[in-house]
Write a protein that binds this ligand. Structure first.
Ligand SMILES: [Zn+2]
Ligand SMILES: [Zn+2]
Length: 325
């Protein structure tokens, strides 16, 4: 079945920023809270980054090249688990997926260790609804560092919880795949993020456990994390605004390269129900390519997209003009 236009069949989109909500928010007195560092997260993330720098400069050049290919495979699998899985499938419901594809994506998402699908989607829906306010978990108006990683190092702003409570996430745990992943998340995560990535090179091509752990485990994990964070930081700060000039999210090809197509962020915030998260299909968008291939083999269906006509009208009305240059 070809992708379906959402302008002829409007999907009720609870994820776009609500204008009434925005005007109320602007009049509100901001709650000022002292920044409270979560030392446990600080310690683990610092250790991960130090280990990854060591892996990059001290291990990658001496490990078996199969290990590098394996790390790249895990990067793409984990990346797709996040982009095609928790983001486009579960958080935004931009398409439907059959059981085998949902399992493949959920396992990939687990290997990327970015919280379980339920929590990931809850944070993401709150991010869309309350973008660049205190209720946005990675509020980019607090600067590059906060939106990139700082938000994970400090206690959440109270508004994230208070306002986030109003965002509907009741659909998520109804999917048995999401439910089971949520229930067994910790052991599954250890298995898929660290144990399997290390064990495969050791058993199949005699790599040392040390090399396998540092390259396919730590370094690969650290790179996926940073690629995902780039969407929240760089793609909320730098780039053009062809579709909506009034919002921070921007079009950033570099972010799209590392984040498998998630850098077309001005488009995505303007049209969050479009499964392509960008206007131009497969252009620097491995995730759209993957979903289309899955649709071709019958695993993905009901892909929703916005027609070019509607996109151009919106770009003309609210864009910065760069769409027509
Ligand atoms: Zn999104
Ligand atoms: Zn965003």
């Amino acid at each position: 079945m070809p992708p379906r236009n959402t302008d002829t069949d409007p999907v009720e989109d609870l994820l776009t920023t609500d204008e009434a909500e925005t005007s109320v928010r602007r009049d509100e007195k901001p709650i000022v809270v002292p920044t409270q560092i979560v030392w446990r997260n600080f310690f683990w993330l610092a250790l991960l980054h130090v280990g990854s720098v060591y892996a990059l400069f001290g291990v990658t050049w001496k490990c078996h090249w199969y290990t590098l290919i394996w790390a790249l495979f895990l990067y793409i699998w984990g990346g797709l688990g996040v982009t095609a899985g928790s983001h486009r499938l579960w958080a935004h419901r931009t398409y439907q997926a059959k059981f085998p594809l949902r399992v493949f994506l959920a396992l990939g998402q687990t290997s990327a260790f970015q919280n379980d699908i339920y929590e990931w989607c809850r944070d993401h829906r709150v991010h869309h609804k309350f973008s660049e306010t205190d209720a946005d978990p990675h509020n980019a108006s607090r600067g590059f560092f906060f939106s990139h990683v700082g938000w994970l190092l400090v206690r959440k702003h109270p508004n994230v919880k208070v306002k986030g409570a109003g965002v509907d996430v009741s659909d998520l745990l109804k999917d048995p795949v999401v439910y089971l992943q949520n229930r067994y998340y910790i052991p599954l995560m250890f298995l898929l993020c660290f144990i399997v990535p290390t064990a495969v090179p050791v058993f199949y091509w005699g790599e040392s456990a040390w090399n396998a752990f540092y390259v396919a485990g730590l370094l690969r994990y650290c790179l996926i994390l940073n690629a995902t964070w780039l969407v929240n930081s760089v793609a909320h700060i730098w780039g053009m605004h062809p579709y909506d000039d009034q919002i921070n999210p921007s079009e950033n090809p570099l972010v799209s390269t590392f984040a498998l197509g998630e850098g077309w962020h001005n488009y995505h915030h303007a049209f969050p129900s479009d499964y392509r998260t960008g206007e131009f299909g497969w252009r620097i968008n491995l995730t759209t390519m993957f979903i289309d291939v899955m649709a071709f083999v019958g695993q993905a269906y009901d892909r929703k997209l916005v027609s070019t006509d509607i996109v151009l009208k919106r770009a003309k009305r609210t864009g910065d003009g760069s769409r027509f240059k």
